[in-house]
Ligand binder design. Structure first.
Ligand SMILES: Nc1ncnc2c1ncn2[C@@H]1O[C@H](COP(=O)(O)OP(=O)(O)OP(=O)(O)O)[C@@H](O)[C@H]1O
Length: 308
């Protein structure tokens, strides 16, 4: 569905060029959910805009649905769905009119479009808001409507830029459920996110981006297995004590990561490791054991936390 080689994007800035995407290779297969995971400024949105055929690459080779965006931009845009980071709905119009007017851009015949709008409103659970003005909808509803709008032209490929940023947990879960169902229907999903749980839940494969480059690539669970242990014991001591105390526990784990507010002990059995820490007479003010996550992968690869 998408093939990128040596993809680059630079922006003119005072005194020269800023390279937001610095030569990435990506292959997205039909029917999969593919993620770009990374912190703010990693280059995810810049990549998505190139893949949506709205921002030309500075260099590299890009094919979307087998087409070159430089020569087939309108064809590509007609066949994909794009759900941008900021809701770009018409707040003054009703819910159904937002869909209907968008659908008219694609030249969908009126009767077919009317049916499609009802079907999509049902899918995103907004039928009861059909005639409400968009202005009064909650954030989650607006996002669901934006997704419905991106599906008006029945795309095989749906691009979602940070689909759940700013939503409460319930709204996020509802949206995840809808994205799962789209995937089951055969829609290829490409999304950016800086939420690790979202990437783990939704993506079959992902790339981890940082500073415009890809630092890791693969299925989430495989990345976790490759770059982290099964479990992590997190220990909080007094402020400023972590560096010194790390020396005393370094032999109890496969790897110890020192963060300003805690120590992370990477281990196959977190409870055993915690017991060993206590057996040494060390008394953390707080501790917990959890499974390793993509956060740990990011930390391992970049030395920084993937903060929200
Ligand atoms: N039009 C532009 N002109 C100059 N710099 C830009 C432009 N667009 C993006 N950048 C810079 O490129 C870098 C990557 O931005 P991008 O929006 O792609 O990152 P991101 O990973 O999507 O982050 P976010 O989660 O904040 O959207 C950032 O440092 C950003 O400031």
């Amino acid at each position: 569905m998408i093939s990128a080689r040596g993809l680059r994007k630079s922006f003119p800035v005072k005194g020269g060029q800023f390279e937001a995407v610095r030569g990435i290779d990506v292959q997205v297969r039909r029917g999969e959910a593919f993620g770009f995971l990374g912190p703010n400024g990693a280059g995810k949105s810049s990549t998505m805009r190139m893949v949506a055929a709205v921002s030309p690459p500075t260099a590299g080779e890009l094919r979307i649905l087998g087409l070159d965006p430089a020569t087939h931009g309108p064809d590509i845009r007609a066949r994909i769905g794009v759900c941008p980071q900021d809701d770009t709905l018409d707040l003054e119009l009703s819910v159904v009119d937002n869909l209907y007017i968008y659908g008219r851009y694609f030249g969908i015949p009126r009767r077919e479009l009317r049916e499609r709008c009802e079907e999509l409103l049902g899918f995103v659970q907004l039928l009861d808001k059909r005639d409400a003005k968009v202005d009064g909808l909650s954030g989650g509803m607006k996002r669901r409507l934006t997704i419905a709008r991106s599906l008006v032209n029945s795309p095989d490929l749906l691009l979602l830029d940070e689909p759940t940023t700013g939503l409460d947990p319930q709204a996020r879960h509802l949206l995840w459920d809808q994205l799962f169902r789209l995937k089951q229907q055969g829609v290829t999903l490409v999304l950016t996110t800086h939420y690790m749980d979202e990437a783990e839940q939704l993506c079959d494969r992902l790339v981890v981006m940082d500073g415009g480059v890809i630092v890791a690539e693969g299925p989430p669970q495989q990345l976790i297995r490759t770059h982290a242990t099964r479990e992590v014991a997190e220990l909080r001591f007094g402020t400023g004590e972590h560096e010194a105390l790390s020396e005393q526990v370094v032999d109890l784990a496969e790897r110890v990561e020192v963060l300003p507010d805690r120590l992370l002990l990477y281990t196959e059995n977190g409870e055993e490791t915690l017991a060993a820490v206590h057996a040494r007479g060390l008394r953390p003010v707080a501790s917990l054991v959890r499974r390793s996550s993509l956060e740990d992968v990011f930390l391992r690869l970049t030395g920084r936390a993937l903060v929200d």
